[in-house]
Design a protein around this ligand. Sequence first.
Ligand code: NAP
Length: 250
Amino acid sequence: MNSSASLSGQTAIVTGASRGIGRAIAISLSEAGAEVVVNYANSPEKAEEVVQIINSSGGKSYAIQANVADETAVEGLIKTVLERSGHIDILINNAGITRDGLLMRMKTEEWRAVIDLNLTGVFLCTRAVSRSMLKQRKGRIINVTSVVGLMGNAGQANYAAAKAGVIGLTKSSAKEFASRGITVNAVAPGFITTDMTKGLEADQILSNIPLGTFGTPEQVAGAVLFLASSPSSGYMTGQVLQVDGGMVMS
Ligand code: NAP
């Protein structure tokens, strides 16, 4: 465990933590002392591997399968964590998918699948966890959006709409919850090396990244850890922190 641990005694849920960015966030929060709930949808072995990594290095973790686009599954996830851990202090809304295609040819199912998980999933998890966070008058919610939600992207109308929606949701929930000690912020990664970006044409993308490389899941996790930590980010809410190699400068 990290000697500068600041999250000990806290319980964090990371949605979509079996792979990629979510996995790095789960490991990083546990290194800072949090008990981490590894949520996943379809990869039980990969989720168990993350739990193993955490538990074998002195941390505390368990995995829960739940499709976070499904209201009943989300209610079940939060109920189970509250029963098992007693409290939820940190929620990281990270789970996400892409179903890319030009708008003219995009199937309604492709539009809906992305909105249902990447936007409605964030709403469902936030609403489900808010009851207990409001009661304890304390909580951190961090939503993983994307620079695509800020700048748009040809071939990703569904994804960009969902991620822009997450930014609006972040700001609205930040305003609703601020008086109750709950902060809500977002992290907007650029291009990060994970399964999601496998197969993308790197050369064209790299020419638009001032720092000249894709980012790593650990670099996104660093920003999330900062937003989850007290008191360092305690005076921040409703903000979008970009981790994008300088792609979008506003
Ligand atoms: P990834 O490697 O494809 O991993 C996606 C994760 O989401 C997996 O753990 C997956 O679980 C989980 N998941 C998928 N559907 C789910 C569902 N219905 N319910 C619960 N979990 C579900 O993706 P990533 O690149 O790490 O992306 C993580 C987040 O960062 C996403 O929100 C993505 O939009 C955002 N992001 C990524 C990039 C990038 O360049 N990679 C850039 C900007 C933003 P299973 O393994 O069980 O399927």
